[in-house]
Each structure stands twice: as C-alpha cells, then as structure tokens.
Ligand binder design. Structure first.
Ligand SMILES: NC(=O)C1=CN([C@@H]2O[C@H](COP(=O)(O)OP(=O)(O)OC[C@H]3O[C@@H](n4cnc5c(N)ncnc54)[C@H](OP(=O)(O)O)[C@@H]3O)[C@@H](O)[C@H]2O)C=CC1
Ligand SMILES: O=C(O)[C@@H]1CCC=N1
Length: 265
C-alpha cells in the first residue's frame, strides 16, 4: 500500500487519521508534526509511525496531507518543495490556499487536491468539499481520494471558485451549530432544565433536525412550518428569533468567514 502521510497532527489531521484507521492499517500511514514528544505520543496511541521531519514525511508519502495552519504553510513549503514530485498526490486542507497557491508554493511540479473538511470528522460525520483537476489523476488515485474523504464522513466535489464558500457550509459551520446548542441549553436552563440534560436534548434535537433535512428531502422552511402549530408555542419563539435577526446574523457570519479566506495567506 502506498503511504498516506500527514504534515501536522492537530484537530483535523487527528480526525482524518482516526477515520482512515477504519480502512487502513497504521503501517499504511506516516506523519510529522512540530514537536517530537507529541509525535511519539501519537505513535504510541495510534501505532502510526512518525517520520521525524516534514521532509522525511514528504519523501515517504504517496498521498501527502498538508494539515498545518495556513500561516505555517509557507515554512512547510520551504521544507518539502525540493522533495515532493509529480508522482505524489498533495492534499491540502488549509483554508484560503488555492490550488495555484499550493502548486506555486511547492515549486510548480506537483499535483494538488484542495479540500475543506470539518471537525465532525472526529465522529465519522465530516462534510468535506474537495476540488482537483480530474485529468491529472489516475483512476486508482481518484478511487483512493474517494476512500480517504469518505472514511470520515461525506464528500462533495466542488468547483474551486466555490471552495471558500464551502468554508461557511461545512468548515466553519460546526462552530455556529455549537453556539446554537449552547444558547438553546442556556435558554432551557433559564427556565429550569438541568444543564447536562439541556445539552443532551438540544444536541439530539439538532441531530434529529439535520437528519430530517437530509432524509426527507423537504425544504427546511417546510420542516419549520411542520413544528409551528397555529397559535402554538413554537411560533412565539420563531418570532423572537426573527426579531433578534437570527437568520441575518448567520448570513453575516458566512460573509465574515468567507471574506477572511482572502486574508489568511
Ligand atoms: N479546525 C477545523 O475545524 C478545520 C481546520 N481546517 C484547516 O486544517 C488545518 C489545520 O487546522 P487544525 O487541525 O484546526 O489546526 P491545529 O493547530 O489543531 O493543528 C495543526 C498542527 O500542525 C502542527 N504544526 C505546527 N507547526 C508545524 C510545522 N512547522 N511542521 C509540522 N507541523 C506543525 C501543530 O503542532 P503543535 O500543536 O505542536 O503546534 C498541530 O499539531 C488549517 O489549515 C485549517 O485551516 C480545515 C477545516 C476545518
Ligand atoms: O477557522 C479556520 O480557519 C478553520 C478553517 C475552517 C474551520 N476552521
């Protein structure tokens, strides 16, 4: 098996590796990160060997996942651009970096896949936007990419012009959902529900509502209307949310994270 390598072993790489370990053995992977003791710890916990350095990881990996923060990428480019070749598949999960940025940063003679995953990958429920020029990759490579990205959730092939929007749809949105769950629980605690029960019920209500959207195919507005009994309690809450600018706030959040992509490099 040609190795899958990770440069950077933080939130996202850990989540992706956890998913991959359901499909591949530890020996099929290799990684490097910033600190020796952390690399030793990850190897102890997962059995995945570490390469000791980014350059060695880049040398050994056929599929190389760049999983450092955007601001760290230029340094990593400098460490691996003389090592990576066109025979490899370079996979970026970094926000804001285009395929052109990545190709240029790595010296021009590479084949790059750009992706935008999210942290629910940690529980196998990730949503990853992926873009790459299909003519550059073999069927085997494309099959491995599909296996990789679906080992920790769902994937959508996306035109690169929309990849920064994918940041709103899936990359950043879990943070907005966590804020909603926390606020919903606070509202329940305010009216007497025990906090941990409030978190469990709020989280399950979000999970169930998401499954309703995904599995019924109904428009979210129609599903909302199904909850709002005429003259009932829900519509009072809906009116309060509209008064508070609930929807426009979320749209503004999407604009904010979309615009920041341009300022990450
Ligand atoms: N978090 C998220 O929800 C998402 C993140 N992303 C993208 O994923 C990438 C990683 O994000 P995330 O996992 O959250 O970040 P983390 O900070 O959790 O992980 C980054 C990892 O890179 C390591 N690192 C730092 N410097 C170097 C270096 N010079 N060489 C090798 N490794 C290094 C860090 O080590 P140490 O901790 O020891 O410093 C850390 O383990 C980013 O580009 C981000 O845009 C994409 C989608 C979602
Ligand atoms: O906040 C960030 O920049 C990263 C990318 C998407 C989610 N987290």
């Amino acid at each position: 098996m040609e190795k899958i390598g990770f440069i950077g072993m933080g939130n996202m790489a850990t989540a992706i590796m956890k998913g991959l370990l359901k499909e591949f053995s530890p020996e099929d992977m290799i990684f490097s990160s910033a600190h020796e003791e952390k690399m030793e710890q990850v190897t102890r916990e997962t059995g995945v060997p570490h390469a000791g350095s980014n350059a060695e990881c880049a040398r050994q990996a056929k599929y190389l996942v760049l999983a450092v923060k955007p601001q760290v990428l230029p340094r990593v480019f400098g460490e691996i651009k003389d090592v990576v070749t066109k025979d490899q598949v370079i996979i970026s999960i970094a926000a804001g970096y285009t395929i052109s940025d990545l190709t240029e940063g790595l010296g021009g003679q590479v084949r790059v896949v750009r992706s935008m995953p999210n942290t629910p990958a940690m529980v196998g429920e990730g949503m990853t936007g992926v873009c790459y020029d299909e003519v550059l990759f073999t069927q085997e490579e494309k099959a491995l990419l599909h296996t990789l990205f679906t080992s920790f959730g769902k994937m959508e092939l996306v035109e690169e012009r929309l990849m920064d929007v994918v940041g709103s749809a899936s990359g950043c949105s879990p943070a907005y959902v966590y804020m909603f769950i926390e606020a919903l629980a606070d509202g329940c605690v305010k009216n007497g529900l025990p906090r941990q029960m409030a978190y469990r019920m709020a989280a399950q209500a979000v999970l169930g509502s998401a499954k309703m959207v995904l599995e019924t195919g109904k428009h979210p507005g129609e599903l909302k209307d199904m909850v709002c009994s005429p003259g009932g309690t829900t519509i009072e809450g809906v009116a309060a949310l509209e008064e508070g600018g609930f929807r426009s706030s979320i749209i503004k959040a999407c604009d904010a994270n979309y615009e920041k992509n341009k300022r990450l490099k």
